[in-house]
Design a protein around this ligand. Structure first.
Ligand code: B12
Length: 235
């Protein structure tokens, strides 16, 4: 199988101070060196580089390279896991900065990856972007049971909930979780968004979600629109 190549973002040189280099961070994410990834992201923050640029130009190239290799079965779970760990080290530093840029609380969003699914990079990025847009996000992590989504939505009087799924075997739990909200009598109290690579607008309709986001930008756009739409209030 052909080995995928590093995709360098367009205009990346002009989005960082002169003389700045990203190649060592690309290598660190690619090889899973989370200690260096953490150090280099901190240096980028200290150099006043916009956190969104750090994400796109600094972290994604090495991650995408490995993700393509994983899909092409050039690398396997252990290598992908250490790359994900390095990516998450960088995300953890960026998250509070983007959240601090938010202007006002727009609403409460409960986010998680559905039951049986351990993929969390995509939903973490959606979380970061929602926080940056002004949402208070409670992220329940991965492998989240429908009851946990319902319990948290109730406790937090959530405006929106989001279910991420990356496996064709776990997208089914997006529907199960929506059905559970219905059975519990809470479906009309929250707007429900779904996302993840194997999902689609058609699936969102079929499983009874209020919207589907192909990426974090779309997720934010939808959340901002839906939060203004009427719902039954939590008791
Ligand atoms: C990283 C990864 C892993 C890592 C996960 C680490 C982690 N902490 O997340 C590890 C190594 C653990 C892993 C394990 C497995 N994986 Co995996 N994995 C991937 C990989 C390479 C990248 C996924 C990713 O992070 N993408 C990057 C993010 C940014 O994109 P995203 O998740 O799509 O999210 C964006 C949008 O979808 C959207 N979005 C996401 N969530 C939400 C939620 C809402 C509400 C909204 C609105 C939007 C939204 O916005 C996000 C940001 O833009 C993909 C292949 C690929 N290239 O995508 C395979 C892939 C998903 N895995 C796959 C498989 C098969 C597995 C395993 C079953 C492998 C195995 N044999 O055990 C296990 C399953 C474990 C489990 N039970 O979950 C398959 C799934 C095939 C399928 N259709 O079912 C894929 C497609 C690879 C492949 N081609 O074979 N995996």
């Amino acid at each position: 199988m052909e080995d995928p190549v590093l995709k360098i973002p367009e205009d990346w040189e002009s989005r960082a101070p002169e003389g700045w280099e990203w190649a060592t961070l690309w290598d660190a994410v690619e090889t899973g060196d989370h200690i260096y990834a953490d150090e280099r992201v901190q240096q980028a923050i200290d150099a006043d580089i916009d956190p969104r640029v750090i994400l796109d130009d600094g972290l994604f190239p090495g991650f995408d390279l490995q993700a393509d290799r994983f899909s092409a079965q050039v690398i396997f779970i252990p290598e992908m896991l250490i790359t994900a760990r390095a990516m998450k080290a960088g995300l953890a530093l960026i998250r509070p900065l983007l959240a601090a840029m938010a202007e006002k609380p727009l609403g409460t969003f409960v986010m998680g990856t559905v039951l049986g699914d351990m993929h969390d990079i995509g939903q973490s990025i959606v979380t970061i972007m929602l926080e940056n847009a002004g949402f208070n996000v409670i992220n329940l992590g991965t492998d989240v049971h429908p009851d946990k989504f319902i319990e948290t939505a109730m406790e937090e009087k959530a405006d929106l909930v989001g279910f991420s799924a990356l496996l064709s075997t776990t997208v089914y739990y997006q529907k199960v979780t929506i059905d559970e909200f219905e059975k519990a009598g809470h479906r009309d109290k929250v707007h429900i968004l779904i996302g993840g690579a194997p999902t689609s607008p058609e699936w969102a309709d079929e499983c009874g979600a209020d919207g589907w986001g192909k990426d974090a930008v779309e997720a934010v756009r939808l959340a901002m629109k839906l939060v203004t739409e009427e719902r039954v209030a939590w008791a």
